[in-house]
Every structure is written in structure tokens, then in C-alpha cells.
Design a protein around this ligand. Structure first.
Ligand SMILES: Cc1ncc(COP(=O)(O)O)c(C=O)c1O
Length: 423
């Protein structure tokens, strides 16, 4: 597609955008009555305007029926999560019974390690990316230590080659080949939070399986952002938060994917009563018998108020259609990269380095820019102009135009502001 670097062109793209009306379904931050350019979907997605209604319905049921809402509400709480697992399955490329909506991401990572990281004398290593999100690093470190192992001897981190920002797929595959016999689990993010690099999950999963390892992904930055085919790729498990691209609010309920090929009772797990066989759960009997499917990993009473925010958002995804969202995401990011490339060419490519890979299949919505100078000032000036982006030490500005509520004009405004501030 041919793009042009003018405001009129961006406005024309907005007029032709079939998803443009969806912006109204979100509460875009405003300043003096003017909407900000909100490019922080990689951090906290915007609030769907319908969230209050969805929460209100739960509160109304609670008021009207008390605990009987589990069975007597118009939409009984007992089955409320069924409204979430289907849309999430579409988004991550899974079957509905492979999804459970529960807890939060770091908690779920620990729970998944209980089931899928079972080190023995021969296979004990975890292969992961260097500089994974800190919470993941702390999860790996403390989990490994809790099993009596030394993190330094156990965790193998794949790093970028000397002088490079992103990790080459060939280096990941070579590491799996090298340590495969000693590795219990290969665990990467789907998209690295800092660089925005999309990992080749199909290739990693295939290589891990061929080496006899389990494989999992942290999809915090991938779920709701890029196309995923978790079932087809034979990924053992994945976890993600729903507050970034899935707009379910701060501290939103998290979710897990557990492949059907793991749906048997042979895996160890940390259990709670909400994972117990549903038809007989309330007999309250001794001896844990899991529900079939990923929901057998649930522990606690469902967090209905959090389910409600997630549902408000997922209904917008359903209405817009996942394929349409992907089509716009690709167009919007292609346009973003077109404008950024012009800017880098005009400014001198060494002044701002786009550490996110430019190849369309190697990035999602996020772009991370390493500023050679005046990075912090540039970030602060953008924020002052109501162009909302984020800052990561020591010198990176990240932004993520997302298809459901960002426009082509938002992107034009961002890159024009960057141009004014950096020339
Ligand atoms: C890649 C990644 N993993 C883990 C986390 C931690 O998630 P939570 O705070 O929901 O446990 C985040 C949070 O932003 C993240 O980006």
C-alpha cells in the first residue's frame, strides 16, 4: 500500500477505516476537552465505556440475590466465565476448553511451572530470553530455588548477538539444540516487553518439542495484539494479563492456555476447589478430582467484578471481529513504520534507533525507539503535548498504536511531534 506523509492523507485513511467507529466505545483521556493521543495499549488498554454497566449488573445481582446469584442471576455467576473463554480462544488460536480465566499473570506463571517444569537429574534447565520482563525473571529464579536448584546453573538465557538489539531466531534454536537434552522447559515471551520483538513461537515450539522439552509462552504483550495459533503450534501452556491490549482494567483477571494434549490427570498441579469436577464440586468430598480441560487448573472462587470488566472489552473484540482488528493492526503499523522510516532518514539514522524489528512479521503494535540524545526531554515534551507514550530506562520511548481505538491521525500526530522535537 502507498502511504503519504500528510495530515490530509491520515484523515482520509480514518474516513475509510471500517473500525473507526469503535473508538467511541472507549474512554479516551482528555485535556481541556481535547482527546489525547493515547499510545499506551502495551501498558494499560483504555477503559471500554460499557465497563460500568457490566460491573453494575454484577452489583445489581449481588444486591437482588446475594450468593444465590451463582444460580439465580439472569446470567448465573456459575457460568459467567463461559462468556470469556470463547472470545479469548479466538484471540489466541485455541479451543475454548484450553482456556481458563483466573488469577494474575505472575501467579499463573508459578502455577504453570508447577505443572510443566518438573526437573530431574537429566533434564533440569529452563531456556528463556535474556532480559525477560523482571517479574518473569523473579518467577524463574525463586521457583527454581524453591526446588533446591541453583538459578545460575539452571536458567539458560539467550542473548542478542554482540552489538544487536534483538535475539536472532537461529540463536534460540541453536541454544535449544545445544542444551535440549538437559532442558525441562523452554519459556519465552511472545513479544519482548522492551524491544517489541515478536519471537517465532512456531519455530521455538517445534524445536523444543523435537528436543523433548516442554514449551510455554508469556503472552502479556502478544495476546490481543498479534495473531497466535497456540493450539496448532502445540504449545504446552501460555499465560497472559488482560489489562494491556485486552483493555480489562488495572490488575485485571489473567488467563492461561493449556493444550488439550495436557488435559489428563497425570500432571502435578497446585489445586483449589474451583478446579474440582464441576458436577460434584459441592459434595465437598476429600481427594482432588480435577475438571476436564484448562479450568481444572482454577483454584479460587471466580472474581466476578473482574470478569465483568474483561467481558465488556471482549464483547467489543467480538463485535469488531478479530480478523478485521488484525487487518487494521497491520495497516496501522505499516503506516507507522512508513512515517518513522522517513523521520529516521531525515534526522540521521543514528539519532533515533528503532530497536523493534521493522519486518512486519517481527513486530506487533509496539515500537521502541532508542534515543541517542535528549530522550527524557523528548518523552516529557510528548506527554506535555498530550501524546501519551512511555519511557523505559535508560533511553527508550515505547508507543503502541492499537487498532480498536487509535486512528491514523493519532499516528500522524505522534510522528509530527517527534519530528518537531528531534530536528
Ligand atoms: C511480559 C510481562 N510478564 C509479566 C508481567 C507481570 O504481570 P502481573 O503484574 O499481571 O503479574 C508483565 C507486566 O506488565 C509483563 O509485561
Amino acid at each position: 500500500m502507498l502511504f503519504s506523509n500528510t495530515a490530509a492523507f491520515a484523515e482520509q485513511m480514518d474516513r475509510e477505516d471500517p473500525l473507526a467507529p469503535f473508538r467511541k466505545k472507549f474512554l479516551v483521556p482528555q485535556h481541556n476537552g481535547v482527546q489525547s493521543v493515547y499510545l499506551l495499549g502495551n501498558s494499560l488498554g483504555l477503559q471500554p465505556a460499557s465497563v460500568k454497566d457490566y460491573i453494575g449488573k454484577i452489583l445489581d445481582d449481588w444486591a437482588a440475590h446475594g450468593v444465590e446469584s451463582f444460580f439465580d442471576a439472569k446470567e448465573p455467576w456459575m457460568d459467567y466465565h463461559d462468556q470469556l473463554t470463547g472470545p479469548l480462544a479466538t484471540i489466541v488460536g485455541a479451543h475454548k476448553d484450553e482456556i481458563a480465566v483466573m488469577n494474575q499473570l505472575s501467579v499463573n506463571l508459578h502455577l504453570m511451572l508447577v505443572s510443566f517444569y518438573r526437573p530431574d537429574k537429566k533434564r533440569f534447565r529452563i531456556i528463556c530470553e535474556a532480559k525477560a520482563f523482571p517479574s518473569d525473571q523473579y518467577v524463574f529464579e525463586t521457583h527454581v530455588r524453591s526446588l533446591g536448584l541453583d538459578p545460575a546453573q539452571t536458567i539458560v538465557e539467550v542473548t542478542p548477538a554482540e552489538g544487536e538489539d534483538i535475539i536472532r531466531t537461529s540463536d534460540i534454536l541453536d541454544t535449544i539444540k545445544k542444551y535440549g537434552d538437559e532442558t525441562a522447559l523452554v519459556l519465552f515471551s511472545g513479544i519482548n516487553y522492551y524491544t517489541g520483538q515478536v519471537f517465532d513461537m512456531a519455530a521455538i515450539s517445534k524445536a523444543a518439542k523435537a528436543a523433548g522439552c516442554r514449551v510455554g509462552f508469556d503472552l502479556a504483550h502478544a495476546a490481543g495484539n498479534i495473531e497466535l495459533k497456540l493450539h496448532e503450534w502445540e504449545v504446552d501452556f501460555a499465560c497472559w494479563c488482560n489489562y494491556k491490549y485486552l483493555n480489562s482494567g488495572p490488575g485485571a483477571i489473567g488467563a492461561v492456555f493449556i493444550h488439550r494434549h495436557n488435559h489428563d490427570d497425570s500432571l502435578q498441579r497446585f489445586a483449589g476447589w474451583w478446579g474440582y469436577d464441576k458436577p460434584t464440586r459441592f459434595r465437598m468430598e476429600k481427594g482432588f478430582r480435577p475438571m476436564a480441560g484448562a479450568e481444572g487448573w482454577q483454584l479460587s472462587t471466580p472474581a466476578l467484578l473482574l470478569y465483568a470488566t474483561c467481558r465488556a472489552s471482549l464483547e467489543i473484540f467480538e463485535e469488531a471481529g478479530w480478523e478485521n482488528i488484525q487487518a487494521k493492526r497491520k495497516k496501522l503499523t505499516a503506516y507507522t513504520w512508513f512515517l518513522l522510516d522517513e523521520l529516521a532518514r531525515d534526522n540521521g539514522r543514528d539519532t533515533m534507533r528503532f530497536i523493534t524489528p521493522a519486518a512486519p512479521e517481527a513486530h506487533g503494535s509496539q515500537v521502541s525507539v532508542l534515543m541517542a540524545r535528549r530522550g527524557r526531554e523528548t518523552y516529557e515534551a510528548l506527554m506535555k503535548q498530550q501524546v501519551m507514550v512511555d519511557w523505559r530506562e535508560p533511553n527508550v520511548i515505547r508507543f503502541a498504536p492499537v487498532p480498536l481505538y487509535n486512528s491514523y491521525s493519532d499516528v500522524y500526530r505522534l510522528v509530527s511531534a517527534l519530528r518537531n522535537l528531534t530536528q
